[in-house]
Design a protein around this ligand. Structure first.
Ligand code: ADP
Ligand code: MG
Ligand code: MG
Length: 876
């Protein structure tokens, strides 16, 4: 017969799967000699057995429970139901993963009309005995009989009022007896039966109830949210009671061995004198800080401190500990790894290495890379109560306060005047970039986590909320509304990009700090990681940020963002609108020195580290004015000023915009297809890059640019574009008499490129997997449409495990990456490979990139620390 029940001295902390977290740790603490009230654990297998038997405790399990109960009775010298010397126990749930508050606990079990008298006699404290009994009736009725606690609380309050009391401690033993009588009436009224008096029956009903609570609604939802499998089941712990409500020499509390918010190595906790465990959590009375215990009971405090230190050393991590003091004697009731903020996680990990408790690798594994985001952005002071106006997708973390504006130009104007503004738009386009730069944060009512606004905001480390569909934006009226609330242009709002919440008015914030511990931890990460980490940066400021956060180079410099500069847009438009080569060259000649300046700035900022520059990628029409807006302007001019030259210009522009419009711009004339049709554009960009290299060489800096051709699907595209770049380099070398090195490579972002990577590698010095477009083209999802329209439903219905634009789809898109690396390296073993999509900054995708043998990941500057840590974790 398999074993379903374990005495506390039969288990240990490695048995979480069988005993649950709580049971395994109670066993561990028992075995290292800590004062744990004795008991036993009914295993998670017994829970599964219970469900298999049709929600019934099998006879063989029952026998093992009764045998363990006998041992417990012998050990304590008390007996369940014995009127003169009754054993009282708690029945506590505990699953493998902690699910705080999700399942149920019953305290003081074994109380009935007879044993309560025994307890009163034994303790000489009738008031305590009856108080404990009424607590038991209330908890048992709620957890096991399903009667809402409200009825009991209501009754207790009426009694208090009737007697003119303010608080529970004023009630006498007789008062509690009266309450108990009333409680029993309530039970009878709801169940049509008397409150069960038989302690064994109480026990088994409670065990059943704990097993049942595994499948209560909130537990199911909690498991779904935290990806905890349903089949694990919960264990049940039966433990003899100790009482913190026996008077002023008793109490109960909870403590963390270190501060869970800051990580400071100081005991942090709360305690209540003369109370039972649930009083602290329920918030009926406000607990005292733990150091008050030092004054109340100095010896107990000393012993508790020693126990906390012992537990932390033993588990080698910060612990969250429940304790109870019964008449001056300390008992430990629970210990577990304490939850903590990112700041605390880092400080604790680093200090534990210094204290010799853990090694560096363990420290690196102790911090969740995803949590680091919290530290790199301004955030709302959590002590402030939030009043949420609306909620969208938490697209880019951080918090911001500012005046609402609805237009990028206005944002820029006000922003440049030093005003703090938040740009609110239905969506953003590359045209809005100047407004985004000038804003504190971005809010859109449409678009998903990888929409333009989200990607750009994350890249800049700005807070952003996307897809906030309850926002009804009225661009003309310059206002938005949420239900009845109207927010006008200039009104102040605060947003939290980490939660997606929008709030009215200003809310206090705290600044991010890169603590010394954080920097130290990252330096340890650099020691162990084998995967390079670069950043995506388009300008010297971002490049500087990337360097500050420890990037080893730039993996993606998008040149189109340079084209978006408001001072350049007219020239870019001139280039696009050119009717012929000559006209186009005039515009390109104007752009050349500007681009050259951009590259010089970036090379200089990166101080000789590698910089990968992608030649122009987006469809041309993105640089032209919005069609609808243009139409409105033309119509207006036709009515007001039909002969003006302005109208002629605008009409021409409209014609051109219409010509360039595409049904499917993302699959249209973009990427290297632009370079193929208008080679002079790529030629100008290559020339600007090489000129910049020469300038820097003159200034004594060595630079080796990596020129990247986007959206290649066929080797012939790369062949032609490579030749163009090489010829341009030769020309610059000839003109300047300078020698320099450079690489020419390509993005792998079309499935065909990955599948023919061996051919493509012949023409490439490096591959950079552009997993945003590769995901888009592999799934055949338009990224901008998918997120708002069906992706959310797909994830809810478990069609997809995750948003593939955020977390790399390893089975599909990942297979293409692996294939690309393998085929490419067959032809060119030294081929440099990297990834530059959004996935380059996501934990599980980074681990995948390491496994796939990539040389580096590239992500937004603000995610570089995360990537350094995740890359280190991948190797451990
Ligand atoms: P949760 O998992 O919700 O914290 P617990 O099983 O830990 O539930 O119990 C709830 C409260 O009851 C805790 O404060 C705990 O310390 C207290 N408690 C549980 N068992 C006992 C016991 N045997 N004696 C005294 N207090 C107990
Ligand atoms: Mg607990
Ligand atoms: Mg792309």
């Amino acid at each position: 017969m398999s074993k379903f029940v374990y005495l506390f001295n039969e288990g240990n902390s490695d048995m979480k799967e069988i005993l649950g977290g709580k049971g395994a740790n109670l066993a561990e603490m028992t075995n290292i000699g800590l004062p744990v009230p004795f008991g036993f654990t009914i295993s998670t297998q017994a829970c599964n057995d219970y469900y298999e038997a049709g929600k019934k405790i099998s006879q063989y399990v029952e026998e093992q429970i009764l045998a363990a109960l006998k041992t417990l009775e012998d050990k304590t010298g008390k007996k369940l139901g014995d009127p003169t010397n009754p054993l009282l126990v708690s029945v506590r749930s505990g699953s493998v993963f902690s699910m705080p508050g999700m399942m149920d606990t019953v305290l003081n079990l074994g109380m009935n009309d007879e044993t309560v008298k025994g307890v009163a006699d034994l303790t000489g404290n009738a008031r305590f005995a009856y108080d404990s009994y009424r607590r038991f009736i209330q908890m048992f009725s709620n957890v096991v009989l399903g009667i809402d606690s409200y009825y009991f609380e209501q009754y207790l309050e009426e009694t208090r009022e009737k007697k003119g009391y303010h608080a529970d401690p004023e009630l006498t033993a007789e008062d509690w007896q009266e309450v108990i009588a009333g409680y029993k009436e309530i039970v009878k009224k709801h169940t049509k039966k008397d409150f069960p008096q038989d302690p064994k029956q109480q026990l088994f009903l409670s065990i059943n109830a704990v097993f049942d609570s595994w499948n209560n609604q909130r537990a199911i939802i909690y498991r779904r949210l935290n990806k905890i499998p349903d089949h694990l089941g919960t264990a049940v712990n039966i433990q003899s009671m100790v009482f913190g409500n026996m008077g002023s020499d008793s109490g109960t509390g909870v403590a963390f061995t270190r501060n869970p918010s800051t990580g400071e190595a100081l005991l942090y906790g709360e305690y209540l004198i003369n109370a039972q465990g649930e009083d602290v959590v329920a918030g009926i009375r406000t607990p005292q800080p733990i150091h008050v215990l030092e004054k109340d009971m100095p010896e107990v405090y000393e012993k508790f401190i020693a126990t906390c230190q012992l537990l932390e050393k033993h588990y080698k991590d910060m612990q969250d500990i429940e304790f109870t003091v019964e008449r001056g004697e300390l008992f430990i009731l629970q210990t577990r790894t304490g939850k903590r903020t990112a700041q605390a996680a880092i400080r604790i990990a680093v200090e534990m290495v210094k204290e010799g408790i853990i090694d560096k690798e363990t420290a690196l594994l102790r911090v969740d890379p995803e949590q680091l985001d919290q530290l790199l952005h301004r955030r709302i002071d959590d002590s402030y109560e939030r009043k949420q106006l609306a909620k969208g997708l938490p697209a880019s973390p951080g918090a911001a306060t500012g005046a609402v504006v609805f237009d990028a130009d206005e944002a820029e104007q006000l922003g440049n005047d030093g005003k703090k503004v938040i740009l609110v738009r239905p969506e953003t386009t590359p045209d809005d970039i100047h407004g985004i730069v000038a804003s504190q944060a971005i809010v859109t009512s449409r678009g998903g986590m990888t929409s333009h606004a989200a990607v750009v905001a994350r890249g800049m480390g700005k807070a952003c909320i996307c897809g906030c569909e309850t926002l009804k934006i009225d661009l003309v009226g310059k206002k938005f509304s949420v239900g009845e609330t109207v927010v006008n242009y200039g009104d102040i709002i605060t947003i939290d990009g980490s939660t997606g919440e929008i709030m009215l008015g200003e809310i206090p914030m705290i600044d991010p700090e890169l603590s010394d511990e954080f920097l130290l931890l990252l330096s340890w990460a650099d020691e162990v990681r084998k995967l390079g980490v670069r950043a995506n940066a388009d300008n010297p400021e971002d490049a500087g940020k990337a360097l500050e956060f420890g990037a080893g180079g730039i993996g993606l410099c998008r040149t189109e963002h340079m084209f978006m500069d408001p001072k350049r847009i007219p020239i870019v438009q001139e280039m696009i609108l050119a009717e012929n080569y000559e006209e186009r060259m005039i515009a390109l000649d104007k752009l050349l020195p500007m681009q050259q300046g951009d590259f010089e700035g970036i090379f200089e900022a990166m101080q000789g580290l590698p910089v990968t520059i992608r030649l122009l990628d987006p469809p041309m029409h993105e640089f032209l004015p919005d069609k609808e807006e243009l139409l409105v302007e033309v119509t207006k001019l036709q009515m007001t000023d039909p002969d003006s030259s302005e109208l002629k210009e605008k009409e021409y522009l409209l014609k051109k915009v219409n010509q360039l419009a595409e049904f499917n711009p993302m699959l249209g004339h973009r990427g290297c297809r632009l370079g193929m049709i208008f080679p002079e554009i790529y030629e100008m960009q290559a020339k600007a890059i090489f000129n910049a290299v020469v300038t820097l060489i003159d200034r004594g800096l060595s630079v080796e640019p990596e020129i990247m051709i986007p959206l290649v699907g066929h080797v012939n595209e790369l062949k032609a574009m490579r030749q163009l770049v090489v010829e341009t380099a030769e020309k610059v070398k000839e003109e300047t008499g300078k020698e320099f090195n450079y690489l020419v490579g390509t993005m792998i972002e079309i499935p065909r490129a990955a599948l023919t990577a061996d051919q493509i590698a012949e023409e490439a010095d490096f591959f950079s997997f552009g997993t945003n477009d590769l995901t888009q083209t592999t799934f055949g999802y338009s990224r901008d449409d998918a997120e708002g329209k069906f992706l959310q439903a797909y994830i809810e219905q478990k069609v997809l495990p995750e948003n593939p634009f955020a977390v790399l789809d390893q089975q599909g898109v990942g297979k293409l990456v692996e294939t690309g690396v393998k085929l490419g390296r067959q032809v060119k073993p030294s081929l440099k490979t990297g990834i530059c999509g959004e996935h380059g900054g996501e934990k599980s995708s980074i681990e995948f990139c390491y496994q796939a043998g990539l040389d580096y990941v590239s992500c937004s500057p603000y995610r570089v620390p995360l990537a350094r840590l995740a890359a280190a974790q991948a190797t451990i």
